[in-house]
Design a protein around this ligand. Sequence first.
Ligand SMILES: *[C@@H]1O[C@H](CO)[C@@H](O)[C@H](O)[C@H]1NC(C)=O
Ligand SMILES: *[C@@H]1O[C@H](CO)[C@@H](O)[C@H](O)[C@H]1NC(C)=O
Ligand SMILES: *[C@@H]1O[C@H](CO)[C@@H](O)[C@H](O)[C@H]1NC(C)=O
Ligand SMILES: *[C@@H]1O[C@H](CO)[C@@H](O)[C@H](O)[C@H]1NC(C)=O
Ligand SMILES: *[C@@H]1O[C@H](CO)[C@@H](O)[C@H](O)[C@H]1NC(C)=O
Length: 457
Amino acid sequence: MTQMRIVSLVFLMDSFQSLPSLLLLLLTTTSLLVQPSFSTPHQSLNTKLGFRVGATRVDYGKNLTKLQLVQRSLHRGRARLEMFTKMATTASGNNIQAPIFPGSGEFLMNMSIGTPSVPMSAILDTGSDLIWTQCMPCTKCFDQPTPVFDTTKSSTCSNVSCTSDFCQDMNVFKCMDGCKYLYSYGDESSTEGFMAQDTFTFEDSGSGPVSIPNIGFGCGVNNQGTGFGQGSGLVGLGRGPLSLVSQLGLGKFSYCLTSISENKTSNVLFGALADLNYSTSGASHRTPLVQNPFQPSFYYVSLEGITIGETLLPMPKSTMKLKEDGSGGMIIDSGTTLTYLQEEAFRALKMEFKSQMKLRVSESSDTIGLDLCFDLPTEDLSEITVPKLKLHFEGVDLELPPENYMISDPSMGVVCLAMAASSRMSILGNIQQQNLLVLHDLEKETVSFIPTQCDQL
Ligand SMILES: *[C@@H]1O[C@H](CO)[C@@H](O)[C@H](O)[C@H]1NC(C)=O
Ligand SMILES: *[C@@H]1O[C@H](CO)[C@@H](O)[C@H](O)[C@H]1NC(C)=O
Ligand SMILES: *[C@@H]1O[C@H](CO)[C@@H](O)[C@H](O)[C@H]1NC(C)=O
Ligand SMILES: *[C@@H]1O[C@H](CO)[C@@H](O)[C@H](O)[C@H]1NC(C)=O
Ligand SMILES: *[C@@H]1O[C@H](CO)[C@@H](O)[C@H](O)[C@H]1NC(C)=O
């Protein structure tokens, strides 16, 4: 059977997402080779099991129409893309401090800092490392929903000295009356301030609050830009030593993203809890992580082929392979919404969808901002057929549910492919990761994709 039925269109996703990933693509060319010399102060977390926190999309709970969601995300993406293109052509490297990507702020999680603890909501970003929040004395802070953190009011907070491990890492720090940092993001957003350490408290929905002392984070006193969503800062979950996962030293984490159309909470799981359903599903879902020395924070995987319906796309296995110069390859990212494929691969995929979909190619793709849309039939919207889509990673074939790659909008009369072309790096976006437990095992250096009903975790 080459075709799969979508019984109810209403269940299909209804938000189009933008092009934030293009930032990443360009960042690869400008990033520095960083060799962290930093030894992580591993915390001994008393909960052996680890913990879980809820995460919600930036537009969570807002009563937006599909079209509004589309426009918001496209706008976000376009602004970033323009800024970054400009920067890439003029960059001498001076204004880029670290290969960091703010994500598009697609997911937020709640936590609190200090003693007594101050709640905050932070953008989750698997594409960068630093944890930071806005701090007093603010010289420039954007509006945030909770009070700005004041290190002097927390009895457990201390400033990080220049000689500490935290301050020795990377090239973002400067010794100047304490440990100072400056992080610039691709869209001309930046955060500047001093490094501190304090207790972070996460609200585990099952076991209650989990407090972890001495987490190193940036206290941003000069924070510019609009790219930080509705949070008060950012939590990096990248592979580098400063990220939350590295600082916790728990070896693994996973996330399980609910469908974008559902308005339900997603989950991020740290430690042993992360492989929740792993035993039932085993190694068959596991693919090796690849390391790119030019982009040490990113989670690269090897995508070797794609099957549409029964047709394996005609392209060499190496098409999306990471090249020796650090270009190409595919990363998994929770902060990028669409999936971006290397151009040649995307062209082949698009052609195959055109030939297998039994619908007319829409002329409104351009105005919608997606590459390939089809006109929905004017009557009987109850079911349309779409070809199956299988991603062949090294060691695992992942068949995606149709709502992970087809977005329909009956009000606009179209159904669109949630994928686009990229001229450099490929990115597995968050729409494609819906209802999968995406397990990052940092010790075994693998990623597993385990089909999971994420709203029931
Ligand atoms: C985070 O906190 C806000 C404000 O208290 C709340 O509305 C939201 O639902 C919380 N999000 C999660 C994922 O728990
Ligand atoms: C989404 O869920 C939140 C929390 O349960 C609720 O407050 C909000 O009204 C919901 N929004 C929509 C548009 O359904
Ligand atoms: C959401 O917006 C629509 C159209 O603007 C309106 O009719 C509806 O009552 C709103 N729903 C909620 C829960 O606010
Ligand atoms: C840490 O350093 C900053 C900036 O140098 C200063 O404003 C703050 O009061 C210091 N905090 C503590 C707890 O010493
Ligand atoms: C975990 O795996 C079991 C067995 O495969 C399955 O029945 C269950 O629904 C899974 N849990 C979740 C939350 O998906």
